[in-house]
Design a protein around this ligand. Structure first.
Ligand code: PLP
Length: 388
C-alpha cells in the first residue's frame, strides 16, 4: 500500500507510529485488567488515568467528565439516551438534516418510538441558521444534538452561538465533535455544552475507541450498565486503544492550529479550481475544517471517478465512508439543495499530517487528468463505469 496517496482522512486516519508504540506495549505486556487490584491491573488502570488526562487536556475539561467508549457512534447513542432519561416527559429532539448517519439513524429510530424530531435545514453553503434553532427549541425539548464539523463538507456549525441559545431555552446540548476533535481548539470548561462525542480513529489512534464528555453538572444515566468507568460505561476497557487515544490526543494538541494540513488542502483546492473547468467547492469556504475540500466536477459521476482514482493510487470518497458503496447521492449535499446530478458529481478530499508535499504535487497532476479522462469517456452528465 506504500504507493497510495491517502486523501480520505475524514473517513479514518493512519495510526501515528508513536501511538502504535504505546499500544504495542499494552497489548504485549500490559495485559492486566484495570479493575484488578494487583500490580499488573494497577498498571493498566494507570494507563487509563494517563489517557484520560491527555484527552482532558485536549478538550480543556476535567478528567472525571470523560467516559471512554468503543467509538463515536457509541458516544452519540449514550449521550442521546442519557439526555432522554433525564425527563421522560420531554419527547422532542432537535437535530439537523446533515448529521452523520449515527445521529440520523438513532433519531429515525426514536421517531418510531414516539419522539418528535425537528430536522433543522441548512442553506446552500451547508450553514445552519441560529434563528431557526431558537424557534425550534421548546419547553418539551429533551435535547439539541448537532454536529460541530460536517464530515462530508467540513462546514462548521456555530457551536458557541448554539450553546448560548440552548442555555437560554433551558434545554440540553450534545455536540458531535468526531470530526472537529483534535483539529480545532476546544475549551469545554464553561462552553455550555452538556455532552460531546469524540473518536480515536479520526486523530491517528486506533478504530474502536471513543470518548464521551459529560458535563459534571448533568445527571448521567449509562447506556451500557456495569461497574467500569465509574459505573458510567460497563465493559472492561480497551486499555491499549485507550492508551493510544491518549497519546494521539497529546500529539494532536501539539499540532493544533499548525499550517501544514490546511496548506495541503488549500494548495490542492486552488490547483484544481485553476486547472479543471467546471470545478466548484461545495460548502462554506470561510468556515470549515482545515482538512477538507468537497468538490463538484461538471459532467462526471463520482462512482466512476472513485474507481479511476483508486486505480491511479488516490484514496478519496464520495459522500461519507459509511454511505459509500450505495448509489444514493449524499444526503448532506441534497440537504444543501443540490440536484442529484451535482451531488453525484462530487468528491471529498480530506488531508492529514502524514501527507507529504510530494503527494500533494502528485495528486494535483493525477486528479485533473482523471477528471479529463472521465469527461472524454462519458458525455456530460451520463453515468460511466470505468474499467481502465
Ligand atoms: N460523527 C461523525 C461526524 C463522523 O464523521 C463519524 C465517523 O465517520 C462518526 C460520528 C462515527 O464515529 P465512529 O466511526 O467512531 O463510530
Amino acid at each position: 500500500m506504500s504507493n497510495v496517496i491517502y486523501l480520505d482522512n475524514n473517513a479514518t486516519t493512519r495510526i501515528d507510529p508513536q501511538v502504535f508504540e504505546v499500544m504495542c506495549g499494552w497489548l504485549r505486556d500490559g495485559y492486566g485488567n484495570p479493575s484488578s487490584g494487583y500490580a499488573l491491573g494497577r498498571a493498566a488502570l494507570g494507563a487509563l488515568d494517563a489517557a484520560r488526562s491527555q484527552v482532558a487536556a485536549l478538550a480543556s475539561c476535567r478528567e472525571d467528565e470523560l467516559i471512554f467508549t468503543s467509538c463515536g457512534t457509541e458516544s452519540i447513542n449514550t449521550a442521546v439516551h442519557a439526555a432522554l432519561a433525564l425527563d421522560p416527559d420531554k419527547r422532542h429532539i432537535v437535530t439537523s438534516t446533515v448529521e452523520h448517519s449515527a445521529t440520523i439513524k438513532l433519531c429515525e429510530h426514536l421517531a418510531q418510538r414516539g419522539y418528535e424530531i425537528t430536522w433543522l435545514p441548512v442553506d446552500g453553503l451547508g450553514r445552519l441558521d441560529p434563528a431557526q434553532l431558537e424557534e425550534a427549541v421548546r419547553e418539551d425539548t429533551a435535547l439539541v444534538t448537532l454536529l460541530w464539523a460536517n464530515n462530508e463538507t467540513g462546514v462548521l456549525f456555530p457551536v458557541q452561538e448554539i450553546a448560548e441559545i440552548v442555555r437560554r431555552k433551558k434545554s440540553l446540548l450534545h455536540v458531535d465533535a468526531v470530526q472537529a476533535f483534535g483539529k480545532l481548539p476546544l475549551a469545554l470548561e464553561d462552553a455550555g455544552i452538556h455532552f460531546l462525542s469524540a473518536s480515536g480513529h479520526k486523530i491517528h489512534a486506533a478504530k474502536g475507541v471513543g470518548a464521551l464528555y459529560v458535563n459534571r453538572r448533568v445527571r448521567f444515566t449509562p447506556l451500557l450498565r456495569g461497574s467500569q468507568e465509574n459505573a458510567r460505561r460497563g465493559g472492561t476497557q480497551n486499555v491499549a486503544s485507550i492508551a493510544g487515544f491518549g497519546k494521539a490526543a497529546e500529539i494532536a494538541a501539539a499540532h493544533l492550529g499548525g499550517p501544514t494540513v490546511s496548506g495541503y488542502r488549500d494548495r490542492f483546492e486552488a490547483h484544481l479550481l485553476a486547472s479543471v473547468t467546471g470545478c466548484t467547492v461545495n460548502g462554506d469556504r470561510a468556515n470549515r475544517l482545515p482538512t477538507t475540500t468537497n468538490l463538484s466536477f461538471d459532467g462526471i459521476e463520482s462512482e466512476g471517478a472513485l474507481i479511476l482514482l483508486d486505480e491511479r493510487g488516490i484514496c478519496c470518497s464520495a459522500g461519507s465512508a459509511c454511505t459509500s458503496g450505495s448509489i444514493h447521492p449524499s444526503h448532506v449535499l441534497k440537504a444543501m439543495g443540490f440536484s442529484n446530478e451535482r451531488a453525484r458529481a462530487s468528491l471529498r478530499f480530506s488531508f492529514g499530517r502524514f501527507n507529504t508535499p510530494e503527494e500533494i504535487a502528485a495528486a494535483c497532476e493525477i486528479v485533473p487528468a482523471a477528471i479529463e479522462k472521465l469527461r472524454t469517456l462519458s458525455p456530460a452528465g451520463s453515468p460511466v463505469v470505468v474499467t481502465a
